[in-house]
Design a protein around this ligand. Structure first.
Ligand code: SAH
Length: 234
């Protein structure tokens, strides 16, 4: 019987004391990869339930049943910051999703711009990456990953949320940490077009921001920008 440091995201945790079985992939992970036995414990979490220690009550090669034992952390609010970024090639998109999750975003919104080459993503795959990153970094919430949308469409329906647009072209102030609602927008490798910048500029609560003096690759800009934006969040 061991208390392991394994931490799994379980979207619908039942009431304490009630047994629940894991989906196949998580059961496989516990049984065959981590080789857990009955009586071993892990931590399970989601944004509503918080984090709980849970004991393995039954485990076979293909199935695992657990029971929540005691809460280890109450549910906690997390930053409400969105990342909107022009879709990148697969590996880079994967990396941005992983790092954005670690840095604490609430929503990841891929955008399609005139100079974006990629136009489709496997959302299931990206969601799996976000879940794994949330499990690893001790977050309570898994960011929501939205369907890619054209930037012009996103701007036309932009909500009341301060938008920080990373702009390498002119002298903007360095992005400062924000508290409360926010969104960071990162353009494609080729930059936004003038038409796109005009549409973005029409948003009432927009600030153009710099991420330093060098021109960063889009994925670097996303990660560096989120680090600056979220540095002061609780
Ligand atoms: N316009 C350039 C490079 C675009 S870099 C070109 O034509 O090659 C890709 C995106 O990263 C930009 O759209 C911007 O959102 C962001 N970015 C990169 N470096 C930046 C910086 N120093 N300050 C602010 N944003 C930056």
């Amino acid at each position: 019987m061991a208390d392991t440091s394994i931490r799994l995201y379980i979207p619908n945790l039942p009431a304490p004391g009630q047994a629940f079985s894991l989906p196949d992939s998580q059961a496989h992970y516990l049984a065959n990869v981590m080789r857990l036995d009955e009586g071993d414990t892990i931590r399970v979490f989601n944004g509503d339930a918080g984090e709980w220690r849970a004991g393995v009550t039954k485990i076979s090669r293909k199935t695992a049943t657990l029971e929540t034992l005691a809460q280890t952390r109450p549910p906690a609010a997390e930053p409400d910051a969105w990342l909107c970024f022009a879709l990148l090639k697969r590996q880079k998109t994967d990396m941005v999703v992983e790092k954005a999750t670690e840095l604490g975003v609430s929503v990841i919104q891929p955008i399609i711009t005139a100079r974006t080459n990629a136009d489709h993503v496997n959302l299931e795959r990206l969601r799996a990456i976000a879940i794994e990153a949330a499990e690893q970094c001790e977050r309570m919430h898994v960011p929501e990953i939205r369907e890619p949308v054209p930037v012009m469409k996103l701007m036309a329906a932009w909500p009341e949320r301060p938008l920080f647009v990373a702009d390498e072209r002119r002298t903007a102030n360095l992005l400062a940490p924000a508290t409360g609602l926010s969104a960071l927008m990162i353009g494609p490798e080729g930059g936004f077009t003038d038409q796109e910048l005009e549409a973005i500029a029409r948003i009432p609560i927009i600030t153009r921001v710099s991420l330093g003096r060098r021109i960063l690759r889009a994925e670097t800009a996303a990660i560096a920008g989120l680090a600056l934006l979220l540095a002061a969040q609780p």
